[in-house]
Write a protein that binds this ligand. Structure first.
Ligand SMILES: Cc1cc2nc3c(=O)[nH]c(=O)nc-3n(C[C@H](O)[C@H](O)[C@H](O)COP(=O)(O)OP(=O)(O)OC[C@H]3O[C@@H](n4cnc5c(N)ncnc54)[C@H](O)[C@@H]3O)c2cc1C
Length: 396
């Protein structure tokens, strides 16, 4: 594997970095940098800026609006987005449902939805999980019954990220109870503004409301919003999950967070020296940094394999497990670095003007720590990823 970047790659990095510096709103950048909550417009404004530049979907085929970049350029781009503290691109449209529509959707679905995903006109959410159907997704119960040229949907989804913002949901529904469970599932594209849909926020331990319950009561969905064939949704759902797990390792984001950890540890006192100078804390940082370097090599191996024309395989599961373990380890160290000053949580509500208790950087560390417990659960829990590795990599 050749790890050196050529002069064109270095020039490309400079161009991307310059664009981000000029374009990203400073207030949004600061929110990302300090781990504060982002509003819908922070995400959408940034996505629209990338769309205007033609850079919103580098991984898409050129004929649908991709950039035609090499795998190395795409990797550099992802890195620069993280180094520049850009809001993460909401993956549900761009990275998840779009590849499914491209591969299995009708021409009418491609014509309608792909341009609206590119321009961020539609915000998508993912309707897979239900109460009692997470890892065991094939047990899902939300029913769709054909009625003329519509399906009538009844049931409930849960943990639906950003359903409160969404215009569209890609949704797994049960269209048959005969035969194997997987063979009675269909993949529907559902307008979130349809009558009969209600969204109830679920507040998470950090106080935020990213996730929701979504109920369907006699929701009528045009039958031409079915993707592919009825009862074949499981195949499309699995295809989508392969896309969900790539890019989940978050190496560049973790590198930035380690820089932040070092800066905070340098500012914190431990007796007569800074925390960063204490051998015990330095060891902890080094240990997670070494793990991150190893993960980066694994990620680069997949980038290199992709440049050589090989499709990513089950190694996406390795990236997901190690990436999320490292992200969680860093949030633990950030929390530890400020000690009890992590507990008084900063009030982010508009108009709040209480001065921070403790240093400025401490107010968001506890919510971030608690929020990131999610990363080993979503996108297929880490235990499920280990099962995949056992089966597909180790052949157990
Ligand atoms: C913050 C967040 C956002 C999410 N966003 C979405 C979303 O937008 N859309 C959506 O559809 N879903 C979403 N999810 C749901 C997520 O995909 C599920 O939580 C996940 O698949 C686990 O399912 P579960 O919660 O039902 O847990 P369960 O499947 O009940 O698992 C409970 C525990 O048992 C373990 N376990 C289960 N089965 C096995 C097994 N066979 N072998 C070993 N261990 C096992 C699991 O690893 C876990 O530790 C989100 C979840 C979170 C936390």
């Amino acid at each position: 594997m050749d790890l050196s970047y050529g002069p064109e790659d270095i020039a490309f990095r400079t161009t991307v970095r310059g664009f981000i510096a000029e374009t990203l709103a400073p207030a949004t950048r600061e929110k990302v940098k300090t781990g504060r909550h982002l509003d819908k417009h922070d995400y959408v404004d940034w996505q629209k800026a990338l769309y205007r530049k033609g850079w919103i979907a580098p991984q898409w085929p050129v004929e649908h609006g991709g950039t035609g970049w090499t795998a190395t350029q795409r990797h550099i781009f992802e890195e620069e987005l993280a180094y520049g503290f850009c809001p993460r691109l909401i993956p549900f449209g761009l990275k998840m449902v779009a590849p499914v529509i491209m591969k299995f959707g009708s021409q009418a679905q491609k014509d309608r939805y792909l341009p609206r995903i590119l321009s961020s006109e539609d915000w998508w959410c993912q309707g897979y999980s239900e109460p009692g159907s997470g890892s065991d997704l094939a047990s899902l119960q939300t029913k769709a019954v054909r009625d003329g040229d519509h399906y009538v949907v009844n049931g409930m989804k849960t943990w639906t990220t950003y359903a409160q913002h969404a215009d569209m949901m890609f949704c797994l529904v049960r269209t048959s109870s005969a035969g194997k469970r997987q063979e009675g599932i269909s993949f529907l594209l559902l307008d979130m503004h349809s009558p009969g849909i209600s969204v109830r926020p679920i507040q998470t331990i950090d106080g935020s409301a990213e996730i929701n319950e979504v109920r369907f009561d006699e929701v009528r969905v045009p039958a031409n919003n079915l993707v592919g064939e009825e009862n074949k949704g499981w195949t499309y759902a699995k295809y989508l999950l392969g896309h969900e797990r790539t890019g989940i390792a978050g190496v560049a984001h973790s590198k930035e967070q380690i820089k932040r950890l070092k800066a905070i540890a340098a500012a914190e006192r431990a007796g007569d020296r800074s925390l960063l100078e204490t051998p015990r804390f330095r060891d902890k940082i080094s240990s997670v940094e070494i793990d991150l370097m190893a993960l980066e090599m694994t990620e680069l191996r997949t980038v290199y394999a992709e440049s050589a024309g090989r499709a990513p395989g089950p190694e996406a599961s390795i990236l997901k497990i190690r990436g999320t373990e490292i992200q969680q380890a860093i949030t633990e160290l950030l929390f530890e670095a400020v000690g009890h000053y992590a507990f008084p949580v900063e009030d982010e509500r508009e108009g709040a003007n209480e001065p921070p208790i403790g240093p400025d950087y401490a107010g968001q560390l506890a919510p971030t720590y608690f929020n990131w417990r999610k990363s080993s659960i979503y996108g297929g829990s880490n235990e499920i990823q280990k099962n995949i590795i056992a089966k597909l990599v180790l052949g157990l």
